[in-house]
Design a protein around this ligand. Structure first.
Ligand SMILES: C[S@@+](CC[C@H](N)C(=O)[O-])C[C@H]1O[C@@H](n2cnc3c(N)ncnc32)[C@H](O)[C@@H]1O
Length: 200
């Protein structure tokens, strides 16, 4: 899918609230005080319209966001401005210094791209992380309702084997594969996502 397609997705403004999985993860594992957080450099990779970029900036992190969609970047800028927040935004996700981020979040992006791009994204994230840094990838698993029917954005639901292959080829020192799943309509349909924590 190209930029035009993702501009269309971002035209709708993206989600209003951050993922509870990211919120839990950050509050459990990241700096406890504002001054701790100010020293932590965080990248929202594939930030879309900025829901998580705003969350990081609001919580005092040194925040960066990137996305190939110009509409996404513009929405993110506007959202930050409306709240009096700042973050460094880029339309390129491949130009950061190696070993420069403490934390990288990549939410609902890997299901949107080809396997070749997914490999580039995970390998880049690993390169951009500092030694001792951590990252979280949240993306659609096979069997999820969004992959059924029309699936207008061509989302790909990953099998466990694909997840293992994808993260094995990146150069992380280790990774943990978890999942989040919730059913609807008495179990007739379900949302299923992989939650991969990867460490350098
Ligand atoms: C479903 S949206 C998710 C956006 C955001 N992370 C969120 O949770 O709301 C997927 C985003 O991935 C972006 N994207 C697609 N391919 C990308 C790539 N190769 N590198 C960076 N971002 C990409 C799209 O432009 C789109 O904004």
């Amino acid at each position: 899918m190209n930029e035009r397609t993702w501009n269309k997705w971002n035209d709708a403004g993206g989600p209003d609230y951050p993922s509870s999985i990211l919120v839990q993860h950050v509050f459990r594992l990241m700096g406890k005080t504002k001054s701790d957080k100010k020293t932590l450099k965080v990248l929202d990779m594939g930030c879309g319209s900025g829901v998580h970029t705003v969350f990081f900036a609001e919580n005092g992190f040194d925040t960066y966001g990137c996305d190939i969609s110009s509409v996404g970047i513009s929405n993110t800028k506007n959202r930050l401005k409306a709240k009096g927040l700042t973050a460094k935004l880029s339309a390129r996700c491949d130009e950061y210094e190696p070993n420069s981020f403490d934390f990288i979040a990549c939410f609902q992006v890997l299901e949107c791209v080809s396997m070749v791009e997914a490999k580039t994204i995970t390998a880049s994230a690993c390169r951009f992380l500092k030694r001792g840094g951590r990252s979280i990838f949240y993306f659609m698993a096979e069997g999820d309702y969004r992959g059924e029917g029309e699936n207008q954005y061509g989302l790909h639901g990953y099998s466990r084997m694909e997840v293992e292959d994808l993260f094995s080829q990146a150069k992380f020192t280790s990774f943990e594969i978890d999942y989040f799943s919730i059913s609807f309509k008495g179990g007739q349909s379900a949302q299923r996502d992989w939650v991969v924590s990867a460490f350098k």
